[in-house]
Design a protein around this ligand. Structure first.
Ligand code: GLU
Length: 470
């Protein structure tokens, strides 16, 4: 079959786009782009109680930040209810699904008795119509759910793109609920995840489904529903979880933060894209690669079968690489946003790109870059400890003389360098004996790139003023 490659990401807007889903989105996107196919964004918002507009917006923002452009969507499941209701009705009419009037209390009782007998808990098919079987009388006032008539025997198998052949016997799985009543009164209902996902993947002609391996257990049901509908099966690839650095699954409560949190923490989207895609997939020994290379290489092979481990130090390393490479004008705008978050407004700061150029090599994130550049826009204070250690009777007069010299010179690197040198030798000091206290007073720290390069980016008056505060 040479059908068009169509992939999708289908997040539920019940929280932010977490790292696992972002990585699956990245794989789905890269796969579609690699094969010249299409990528669809679908919002699975049928969990009405937990879905929020705020989550939808966060998901969209994360996708945009990562540059995962989609060809269709966002498509909202709650806007497609009539379609699921119609397909459910067709399945019922074809004797492939049925109404079940069990109350929650009855189901609890069923589970309890199965547990008591040491059996696996499962629906017992009491409302499943069969030739010659007498169904219970329909109770008053119970809004029924719709259950799928799962085949009673035989195997469900698929060759998973990540895990290889997976086979489940139908005896292992029961008749799952595909529609729940929208209200106690009505039967026109809301689809469950396993049903909506099939109708959508079918309608949207999805050819390849990449998703987290927490869904492996759902796939046999979904395959049976595809078959019952006479719909072509997509290929499935279940990607292992991401573990935290403590070896536990990343979860909302355990260290998993939203993709946008990394933006705030000063990571660049190209670093995130590189790091996330490498986490669970490889192309030879390549560690650093561009979006274009990812698309060129990502053909669905070399996805790892074992869980990946989140490694913050490696992410930092990848980010430093991209910060070094980043255009200084772009860094300037990112860093000014970081500074603004701290209440430091940089105004038109013509020197900001040059400042970024000077410091970016030593910065793993734009937050660290902002830590450095804050000294240009806000007062600094040297710690008392440093002052005691660095400023003494020996260098005080030299610092005062240097301030006086600065007042007279042209404010350029050569002149600054010469002024520091001359003053040091006039007072019989080695360069560091003057340059270190000078850094401390002007920059608030004792180590910086070369002092002339750092100072020239300050307005001269600020340097003079900080030196006057001796
Ligand atoms: N809404 C599901 C999730 O967020 C989608 C799973 C799937 O891709 O089928 O886990």
């Amino acid at each position: 079959m040479t059908a068009k490659i169509r992939t999708r990401i289908a997040p539920s807007p019940t929280g932010f786009l977490h790292l696992g889903t972002a990585r699956t989105a990245l794989y789905s996107w890269a796969y579609a782009r690699h094969y010249g196919g299409e990528f669809v964004l679908r919002i699975e918002d049928t969990d009405v109680a937990r879905s929020t507009q705020d989550s939808v917006e966060q998901i969209l923002a994360s996708m945009q930040w990562l540059g995962l452009d989609y060809d269709e969507g966002p498509i909202y499941q709650m806007q497609r209810l009539a379609r699921y209701q119609a397909v459910a009705a067709e399945l019922i009419a074809a004797d492939k699904a049925y109404f079940c009037y069990c109350t929650p209390a009855e189901l609890d009782e069923l589970r309890e008795s199965q547990r008591a007998r040491g059996e696996k808990t499962r629906y017992d098919g009491r409302w499943r119509p069969e030739p010659g079987k007498l169904l219970p009388p329909v109770p008053q006032g119970v809004a029924p759910v719709v259950r799928f008539k799962n085949p009673l025997a035989g195997d469900v198998s698929w060759v998973d793109l990540v895990k290889g052949l997976i086979t489940i016997n139908n005896r292992e799985i029961d008749d799952l609920i595909i529609m729940r009543p929208a209200s106690e009164a009505g039967t026109a209902g809301i689809p469950t995840y396993n049903f909506a996902v099939v109708v959508d993947d079918w309608d949207m002609q999805i050819s390849h489904v990449f998703r987290g391996d927490e869904h492996v257990n759902n796939t046999p049901w979904q395959i049976n529903i595809f078959n019952a509908l006479g719909a072509p099966l997509p290929q499935f690839g279940h990607v292992p979880v991401i573990l935290g650095d403590d070896g536990q699954k990343l979860s909302k409560r355990r260290g998993a933060v939203s993709v946008t949190a990394y933006e705030e923490e000063g990571y660049l989207p190209e670093a995130m894209l590189n790091y996330l895609s490498r986490l669970g997939w490889s192309h030879g020994d390549e560690e650093l690669f561009s979006r274009e290379q990812l698309v060129a290489w990502f053909d669905g092979s070399h996805l790892s079968k074992s869980p990946a481990q989140w490694d913050p130090a490696k992410l930092e390393w990848v980010n430093s690489h991209y910060i070094k490479q980043a255009d200084d004008l772009r860094l300037a705008s990112l860093v000014s946003a970081q500074l603004a978050r701290r209440g430091i407004e940089v105004g038109d700061a013509a020197q900001l790109p040059a400042m970024c150029a000077l410091f970016k090599d030593r910065c793993a994130t734009t937050v660290v870059l902002a830590d450095w550049l804050a000294m240009y826009f806000a007062p600094v204070s040297a710690s008392a400890e440093d002052r005691v250690a660095q400023i003494s009777e020996t260098n005080l007069p030299a610092l005062a003389a240097l301030a006086a010299k600065f007042a007279e010179i042209n404010w350029d690197k050569v002149a600054i360098q010469a002024a520091v040198k001359e003053t040091a030798s006039a007072f019989g000091l080695k360069m560091p004996q003057l340059a270190i206290p000078l850094r401390l007073l002007v920059c608030g720290r004792t180590q910086t790139p070369s002092v002339d390069a750092v100072l020239v980016l300050f307005p001269k008056e600020i340097v003079m003023e900080r030196l006057r505060k001796l």
